[in-house]
Design a protein around this ligand. Structure first.
Ligand code: ADP
Ligand code: MG
Length: 679
């Protein structure tokens, strides 16, 4: 028995549930044990004299009479049960759960969680905690779940996993480190996170769990760094300067000074035998793609291959189209490899990569599959790099001998955090937008002021421009998202459909449908594109001048900034219209920040400041790595300590060869494998 066993060894987990669990990232028993609650419901029994009306609380008492079921209407019913609590009797009602009737035995004890009605001295039951009250928990963990899996299922799985494998939980954090920071063992963490008796206990477990999560992350970064430096030399890529100049001459614009500077920085790294491991930061629209193209061409002139990995198919295709055009008159063979590539085409592409016939390949996760081999990979570029994990960067790199790595991100990361999150990289920054960019006017309207927004759209359409209309995407309720997008599509089609082409794009469409729509939009065959957030990253359609974002308060600042960056790329003035009725102060604040500044760095800092308010979603856009329970802002001090600790470990023992590091080494090896099979 081991933590690495598949979840299918747990009772009640067949192929279907296995798949549902996989959608939460849970594949092994260990994954279950380390899948932690994000909050707890306090189930401690409360003195009813002190309870407020409508408060959610737990009562405990003796069942005084058999429960009765009352039916009303065809499908509705309720179970009433009377509980003797201290000196009074409380009537508890459960709606539409008739099976509960048999749970209550007259004369036995029960603990029930529910909503208290102080006036009537009754309760609406929400959960039967126990019918033998000595095993009633006092805190109930609430787990992040999705539509495929229920809370109660997860709770049971955690119990089963604990019963089976608690004894096999090993400490990945070395004991000296634990002693220094007074941290719990992994087993104590797991127990404390899932089954705390008091809020204090949960808090203590979380403190250790947060350190553990950061520590493991920083250890991966250090391992990566060690790998980079361990082998004395990277590749020296003796590119052809003349050829590079010739390419730059053909561009329809002059490079900005910032672009020239970063091209020089990158090229110098490539030419030297020092292994390049560089982050290219630059706000949306600052022109990173052309920098990528130039340095990939540099590699090609030295007879090396270059690979560009991007997070979405739409983006991969767009880059492919652009580069194909750019290199039309140059002897460069470019291929595209994504999840949508047909098996037959894939075979050819892979053969050409392996033989060296292909010079530049652009692709998604498909590029890091095990069966993709390169003849002579010299440069790896990762666009929108925060979308990829540390190990994914690494896997693509391992496809070559020691290819240089350039990671690009549009999300400026405040310095302090950048050092901890990307500690292994050098940084180049494009801090200047191409000249002649039109300012983007951002306005915030309430839903009932939509008319004004439509007027702007109407004017822009009449001027021959195009419009994005975005609705949010919430993983938990794809159906609702789709309905929202469809509704918006119908509204806009009603308003503009007689004169213009309005189209709907959403995540559930087939890939070729999506591509077709994106293509038609970029060729101005479609003027109004209603979309869920599939267009969020990187898409470039200079003729689009309006970005309307529906329910804008549901996006994080970084994501709003990204979306806004989709317009204002051409020669005409552009507009960003935020449509939102924010439900809280943080939402209002985000709308204000967006209307006040277009500076990515300012927005990133504001984002950090506002973070922790708990309702930001679109974390993936934040530019920071995603953590499960730790929060790099709120827990910043811990992040720092974890980073320094990881650095110290590798300094003392670069290969972590000491026996006490064995579990940590095993963890690192597993992480790498897990990511290798990801698509
Ligand atoms: P991002 O940095 O967000 O990836 P892109 O690379 O997509 O930005 O560039 C945005 C737009 O700016 C593209 O249409 C690109 O052709 C254009 N562009 C890039 N560099 C320049 C420049 N120096 N002068 C004018 N336009 C440029
Ligand atoms: Mg880009």
């Amino acid at each position: 028995m081991a933590l690495t066993d598949s979840v299918t060894v747990l009772p009640g987990v067949g192929p279907k549930r296995q798949e549902a669990l996989a959608s939460l990232g849970i594949e092994t028993v260990g994954d279950v044990l380390f899948y932690f609650p994000f909050r707890y419901d306090d189930l401690q029994v409360k003195d009813l004299a002190e309870a407020a009306d409508q408060e959610k609380l737990t009562i405990k008492g003796v069942v005084v009479a058999p429960a009765v079921v009352a039916r009303f209407g065809a499908h509705r019913n309720r179970v009433n049960v009377r509980l003797q609590v201290d000196h009074s009797v409380v009537m508890v009602t459960f709606f539409n759960q008739p099976w509960l009737k048999d749970k209550f035995e007259q004369g036995s004890e029960a603990a029930i969680y529910g909503k208290w009605d102080a006036k009537r001295h009754t309760m609406t039951g929400m959960k039967v905690l126990a019918t033998q009250t000595q095993d009633a928990p006092s805190l109930a963990g609430i787990y992040p779940v999705n539509k495929n899996i229920r809370q109660s299922t997860l709770v049971q799985l955690v119990k089963d996993a604990w019963a089976r494998d608690a004894a096999n939980i090993q400490d990945v954090v070395p004991s000296a480190v634990r002693a220094k920071f007074k941290l719990m063992s992994d087993r104590e963490i797991v127990h404390g996170m899932h089954f705390p008796d008091t809020p204090l206990e949960a808090k203590a477990a979380r403190r250790s769990a947060v350190f553990r999560e950061f520590f493991l992350f920083e250890t991966q970064i250090q391992a990566l760094r060690e790998d980079n430096q361990g082998e004395a030399n990277g590749l020296a890529i003796p590119y052809d300067n003349q050829a590079l100049r010739a390419l730059i001459q053909t561009l329809p614009f002059e490079l900005t000074n910032a672009q020239k500077r970063v091209v020089n920085e990158i090229c110098a790294d490539m030419r030297s035998p020092h292994h390049m491991n560089r982050l290219l930061q630059g706000d949306v629209g600052s022109g990173k793609t052309i920098v990528a193209a130039i340095v990939m061409y540099a590699a090609v002139t030295a007879r090396y291959q270059a690979a560009l990995m991007v997070p979405t198919e739409v983006l991969a295709e767009q880059h492919y189209a652009k580069l194909t055009k750019l290199f039309a008159d140059f002897p460069v063979k470019i291929s595209l490899l994504t999840g949508a590539t047909t098996a037959a085409a894939r075979k050819h592409i892979k053969a050409d990569l392996a033989s060296g016939a292909t010079d530049i390949v652009i692709g998604t996760h498909a590029l890091i599959q095990k069966d993709v081999d390169f003849a002579n990979l010299g440069l790896v570029i990762i666009d929108e790099q925060h979308r990829f994990g540390v190990n994914q960067r690494k896997i693509l790199q391992e496809k070559g001998l020691k290819p240089d790595l350039l990671a690009m991100t549009a999300t400026p990361i405040p310095r302090t955090l950048a050092i901890t999150a990307y500690g292994e990289m050098d940084v180049s920054t494009i801090d200047e937008l191409p000249a002649g960019r039109q300012p983007i006017t951002t306005s915030w309207v309430r839903k009932n002021q939509l008319r004004e927004a439509l007027a702007t759209i109407s004017t822009e359409l009449a001027a021959g421009h195009q419009v994005f209309a975005i609705t949010p995407l919430i993983a938990e309720s794809e159906k609702v998202d789709l309905q929202n997008a469809e509704q918006l599509y119908e509204d806009l089609n009603k308003a503009f459909g007689d004169k213009y082409q309005v189209a709907l794009l959403h995540g559930q469409m087939k890939n070729d449908e999506k591509d077709d729509i994106m293509r038609r939009f970029s060729q101005n065959e479609i003027q109004v594109l209603v979309s869920t957030t599939v267009v969020e990253v990187g898409v470039d359609v200079p003729n689009a001048t309006v970005m309307m974002i529906f329910d804008a308060d549901r996006f994080g600042l970084a994501q709003l900034h990204q979306l806004r960056g989709r317009v204002g790329r051409g020669r005409s003035a552009a507009y960003c219209i935020l449509v939102a009725d924010p439900k809280n102060d943080a939402g209002v604040e985000r709308m204000k920040v967006m209307t006040e500044t277009t500076d990515g760095f300012k927005i990133a800092e504001k984002d950090l400041e506002l973070r922790g308010s708990g309702d930001i979603f679109g974390e993936a856009q934040s530019g920071l790595p995603e953590f499960k329970i730790a929060d790099p802002v709120a827990d910043y001090a811990t992040l720092n300590a974890a980073q320094q600790t990881a650095v110290g470990l590798f300094k003392a023992d670069p290969t972590l060869s000491a026996p006490e590091f064995a579990p940590l080494r095993a963890y690192l090896a597993r992480r790498q494998q897990a990511v290798g099979s990801l698509d």
